[in-house]
Ligand binder design. Structure first.
Ligand SMILES: Nc1nc2c(c(=O)[nH]1)N[C@H]1C(S)=C(S)[C@@H](COP(=O)(O)O)O[C@H]1N2
Ligand SMILES: [Mo]
Length: 376
């Protein structure tokens, strides 16, 4: 364990100073609503950071050298071990995904009595990742994946630093990995910054942030899910509802990983706590899901859900990107809440009471979004 990984590594030069430090080590930075509002793409300066483990040499917004970076592939593949030299990816055809990057703990502070980082809505971004499909790399090297393989387990080069001193790794369903995962080399058209996983990140659109493994070093093709603490105990939700406060012992059988992004919408403008004049106000925000169905509508209420009006939006080209929506509401004087609620073509929506999906670690908040403003 490197000592540097345990201490506060300081501010990331170039990050917007308005980011809120939720933890100095491991580094967790939350993006204030005003830095997300009105922008289709979240710039690297405004992007949230969620390290479970720090990697001292990657504590920068600068790109990291790709020369000499290796990714080891093992498990039920033929050949049984393969080293990918990251430089070779530069020569291959690249694909781009505009996509939501969202921590599965985002919105946690709205649940009662859940431990962990008290995220409001700042663990969220919409960015462009570019890289080489993992399936193309396998094809290039004539790698055969055994038909028994069910999961691909990915790990970064970062060192364990949690109480459990286990290295972070996550397992993803092999079908999704072969269909969607890319070895990402760039972010918003520039070489991937160190703090966001450079030089190589495993990016699988439609999956929660924790599954987007930074500083990719190892991939294992396996029958079983990883027993790693962060995959087998944390970053999971029970398969059946648990009452708030109830004890729950996580096993691989009674729970599932926080894999697919849940349907969500947010009011980004006005920002929470804004002071406004009475009358018509333009309200705007974003909405998205896991990319498996288009959004059908976003409804907005300024009277506590008694009446709802549809917002306008245009579907983005990428199914994994957020939709930007806007509408006008009429605000009466007083303390008011502006609510937003999205619906998708699978018939999914945000429950009026988000606490119905309460789970012991407070993941996957998907309740109706509520912003409080003061109207004079
Ligand atoms: N190697 C590695 N990958 C990681 C993490 C980490 O600590 N180490 N944190 C994960 C979590 S929980 C999230 S939400 C996202 C955050 O991505 P960002 O820091 O680029 O915003 O990275 C994920 N990938
Ligand atoms: Mo996360």
């Amino acid at each position: 364990m490197s000592e540097a990984s345990r201490e506060d590594l300081g501010w990331i030069e170039g990050k917007d100073r308005r980011l809120e430090v939720l933890s100095p080590a491991p580094l967790v930075l939350s993006t204030p609503v005003r830095l997300l509002a009105g922008k289709r793409i979240t710039d690297k300066e405004s992007m949230f950071v969620r390290n479970i483990q720090d990697l001292a040499e990657a504590h920068s917004l600068e790109p990291r050298p790709i020369e000499g970076w290796e990714i080891e592939l093992t498990g039920l593949i033929d050949p049984s071990r393969l080293i990918i030299h990251a430089e070779e990816l530069l020569e291959m055809d690249q694909v781009e995904h505009e996509m939501v990057l969202q921590c599965s703990g985002n919105g946690r502070s709205q649940y009662q009595g859940t431990p962990g980082t008290p995220w409001k809505q700042g663990g969220l971004a919409n960015v462009r990742f570019t890289g080489v499909p993992l399936s193309a790399v396998l094809q290039k090297h004539n790698v055969r994946v055994d038909h028994q393989v069910k999961y691909v387990t990915a790990a970064g080069a970062d060192l364990p630093m949690g109480h459990e001193f286990q290295a972070l790794e996550h397992s993803l369903p092999v079908a999704d990995v072969l269909e969607k995962s890319i070895l990402a080399l760039s972010l918003n058209g520039e070489p991937l910054p160190g703090i966001h996983g450079g030089p190589v990140r495993l990016v699988t659109p439609g999956f929660f942030g924790t599954m987007q493994l930074k500083w990719l070093a190892r991939l294992r093709f396996e029958i079983d899910e990883s027993p790693c603490f962060y995959h087998a105990i944390e970053y999971r939700v029970p398969l059946s509802p648990v009452k708030p406060g109830e004890q729950f012992r996580f096993t691989l059988e009674n729970s599932r990983p926080t894999w697919f992004i849940r349907l969500m919408s947010y009011v980004l403008d006005p920002e929470p706590g804004a002071e406004l004049a009475a009358g018509p106000v333009t309200v705007s925000g974003v909405a998205y899901n896991d990319g498996s169905a288009r959004l059908e509508s976003v409804l907005v209420s300024s009277d506590g859900g008694q009446s709802w009006q549809p917002a306008e939006f245009q579907a983005p080209e990428s199914p994994y990107a957020w939709y930007q929506w806007r509408t006008q509401v009429n605000l009466e004087p007083g303390i008011r809440e502006i609510w937003s609620r999205a619906f998708d073509a699978h018939g999914r929506t945000q429950p009026l009471d988000g606490s119905v999906s309460w789970n012991p670690n407070g993941y996957e908040w998907t309740g109706v979004f509520k912003t409080e403003v003061t109207v004079a």
